[in-house]
Design a protein around this ligand. Structure first.
Ligand SMILES: Cc1cc2nc3c(=O)[nH]c(=O)nc-3n(C[C@H](O)[C@H](O)[C@H](O)COP(=O)(O)OP(=O)(O)OC[C@H]3O[C@@H](n4cnc5c(N)ncnc54)[C@H](O)[C@@H]3O)c2cc1C
Length: 278
């Protein structure tokens, strides 16, 4: 049971949602956008958050579609992880989504909630980072479109009340050869000890990571090292493992030493797998 009362709204437009949020906030109350609600409900039950109103985004057409339009795949922020996987339109994102929680939960979790929520892993961000996807954000001045790598810095940098409306990815990126590896402590369905996502475009590898640090990231230094033709695979991996700027997590899921060990083996395998694809 949720131990407090709150109001539920389901607006039809982005403007209505944003105005509602601003109006509620201007009264000193706490509104929250609502995607699948899994995180909001769990945290409310545990008394970790308290809101006065939720604004469900699932009535807004821009947030609910998944389609190819003019050479770009457009995914609404309220689209569930299961719908993304089942669409088959972006295999790397589909595979990543299919390894988050179990299928029943995937039918509720939205990509917007995964990106904007508080759980640190945000694995769906990884394919978007390596595929240079753009996010559409609705706020005070209307809609704006930004490359995800410019606006995702440890987390998605939204202004108060801004809505992540959707994600756009050029179709040429959706079909690139890729590697997705998720390593967990024991069970198949669990938070990642390490998730590595990599694509190969024009013989250049782009890679992003979750579980290694307290936020998902893509690193220019790591990619430069991976793409350095003068280094052997072992040299590349050893250099990357030695990067001191990566502040590796050390928690009950795995010590930092163990995570580095997993990274080392996973990177070796990833490079080997990518060598085989053109
Ligand atoms: C059993 C379970 C296992 C999980 N395992 C993993 C895992 O292995 N890897 C992983 O990465 N994640 C994992 N998660 C986290 C999960 O992906 C997120 O908590 C989830 O996606 C939240 O989605 P939701 O649609 O239910 O979000 P909600 O609960 O609706 O919202 C979460 C937060 O995001 C905000 N929000 C939602 N949509 C928007 C939007 N469009 N614009 C602005 N703000 C928005 C809400 O206001 C709220 O603060 C797991 C979650 C569960 C329940």
């Amino acid at each position: 049971m949720i131990p407090f009362k709150f109001k539920y709204y389901k607006p039809d437009t982005l403007q209505e949602a944003f105005e509602l949020y601003s109006h509620i906030a201007s009264q000193g109350k706490t509104p929250m956008y609502y995607g699948g609600g899994t995180e909001i409900i769990t945290m409310s039950r545990a008394n970790n958050i308290r809101m006065d109103a939720v604004i469900d985004l699932k009535g807004i057409p821009e947030c609910c579609g998944i389609e190819m339009v003019g050479g770009r795949l457009i995914i609404g922020s309220a689209v569930t992880l299961s719908r993304i996987s089942e669409s088959g339109l972006f295999p790397l994102l589909g595979q990543t989504a299919a390894r988050i929680a179990d299928h029943t939960v995937q039918c509720r979790l939205t990509i917007g909630g995964n990106i904007c929520g508080t759980i640190i892993y945000k694995e769906t961000v990884l394919p978007l980072m390596v595929c240079e996807s753009r996010v559409v954000i609705y706020g005070k001045g209307g809609k704006r479109e930004v490359q995800i790598n410019q606006v995702f810095d440890n987390k998605l940098r939204l202004q108060p009340g801004e809505i992540l409306t959707g994600i756009m990815t050029d179709s040429c990126y959706c079909s690139l050869p890729y590697v997705h590896v998720k390593k967990t402590k024991s069970d198949k369905i669990a938070y990642p000890l390490l998730t590595v996502v990599a694509v190969k475009k024009d013989n250049n590898i782009k890679a992003a990571f979750s579980g290694l640090t307290d936020h998902p990231f893509r690193s220019r230094e790591i990619e430069d090292c991976i793409n350095d033709e003068n280094l052997s695979d072992d040299d590349k991996v050893n250099r990357i493992i030695g990067f001191q700027q990566i502040s590796v997590l050390d928690d009950t899921e795995g010590s930092s030493g163990y995570r580095r060990f997993v990274l080392k083996n996973t990177l070796k395998n990833t490079l080997r797998m990518l060598e085989k694809v053109k």
